[in-house]
Design a binder for this molecule. Sequence first.
Ligand SMILES: Cc1cc2nc3c(=O)[nH]c(=O)nc-3n(C[C@H](O)[C@H](O)[C@H](O)COP(=O)(O)OP(=O)(O)OC[C@H]3O[C@@H](n4cnc5c(N)ncnc54)[C@H](O)[C@@H]3O)c2cc1C
Length: 476
Amino acid sequence: MDDQQMNPDPLAQLCAALNDADVRILHTGDQMAPALNDWRGRFRGAALAVLQPTSTAAVARAVRACAALGLQIVPQGGNTGLCGGATPGNGQTQVVLSLSRLNRVRNVDLMGSALTVEAGCILETVQQVADDAGKLFPLSLAAEGSAQIGGVLATNAGGTAVLKYGAARDLVLGLEVVLADGTVWNGLRSLRKDNTGYDLRHLFIGSEGTLGIITAAVLKMHPKPRAVMACLVALQTPRGALDLLTRITSDLGDRLTAFEVFDAHCMELTTRHHPDLRNPFADQHAWYALVEVSETSHLVPLEHMVESTLGVAIEEGCANDIVLATSEKQRADLWKLRESISESQKREGFTLKHDISVPIAAIPEFLDTAGRELAENCPGIQIGAFGHFGDGNIHFNMRPPATSENAEEREHAIAEVVYRVATALNGSFSAEHGVGQLKTGELERFKSPEEMALFWVMKAALDPQHRLNPGKVLAS
Ligand SMILES: Cc1cc2nc3c(=O)[nH]c(=O)nc-3n(C[C@H](O)[C@H](O)[C@H](O)COP(=O)(O)OP(=O)(O)OC[C@H]3O[C@@H](n4cnc5c(N)ncnc54)[C@H](O)[C@@H]3O)c2cc1C
């Protein structure tokens, strides 16, 4: 049904159809404004209304009411996604369905190390609930104070501890999902083993709201570490980072929790935009690795092992210098340096962002080749590379110099170089940020026709009317 066919006052119709105490309807410009822009300020949309249900049953009723009125639904969590996935299009036929009021903790199962939470729970709250229970929910990212579990799962978010604990997908035992026709699928199982047919939860995780609306999840908790140590290592080259990673993995195994890397430009930017943060080294270095290790047993002498490993790394020449955090405050300060990079790039101004992954051993080659080609094609370009080196994931961000060239064309040409180099190394054009509305073209270009055809089969099976998040992931 298009605009003309709809009732001249579709909002009145929606309000009448959804006369529901459990669904708040926001419809004035001021009320809706925060939901119509993305975090980066890159996308701006319009919507008939923003719906805020407080229960799964209310989500299902809202979905059925929208379906009856021919409205499309854009699920939204904390709205921190980086690909415009939660921003509606420009017409008046879409509503934003915000999960923020569906935010109860339903169950904490200590014996089973499982946590059942609703989609609107803020990631940081979930971490705190696990912590209060003496456990760890390890998924952590710089937007954790705003990102919601539903959004985290819908984007299969990664973050800083993928190396040890995996991405969001690896932390989910069960899901509850409202389907495009309003059916509720209750898959809230906490079983560790269950080989009974297709594993539906993995269809919805990472589907960015295009196949169903996640309303609750059973999450895995892990043992809480008794000791956590972090250090910042100054490096000469990305190859040095690779050598350091090899040394640490060989000596400390899966005690390595995070191996994050950033370049000198990111260090300069972060300390300039956040005067409370400082570079702990007296000298400037080309690269820095933030390394964190943890141990759950009190029988393991972690401190001794870390000091000896780092000593060997210096002897072997893969590390220039090392600052080991000796207090919780120092550890937090080192993390702030890393976690403030995105925000600092935002403050610096418009930044081109590329979230690529390649096999870990190929990172130095990716950085060399892409950096060289960009310097040749776009003299004066300022690259700030950082990211989850231990997962093969680099946020390869940059600011081209001001020019009279068509900005959109140049942005496209730069992305083409980055994605071509990553793909040639068997990499991905989007490691953890997803596709949203930003990268639908790349998906079509870089996925095989067979894979794209399967994607469309899934969409047709679960959302034949394209009611859920149209134009996201799959360009309609
Ligand atoms: C400073 C900063 C740092 C970041 N760091 C990382 C990082 O390290 N790793 C990483 O992976 N990401 C990172 N991100 C991206 C972002 O935080 C994650 O993608 C996060 O998981 C999004 O959660 P959200 O609740 O904000 O989702 P939203 O932005 O609201 O939505 C994201 C997508 O999920 C869909 N969606 C939301 N909720 C639901 C639901 N309940 N059911 C179905 N679909 C839903 C939306 O339609 C949209 O397509 C970062 C973002 C920022 C701003």
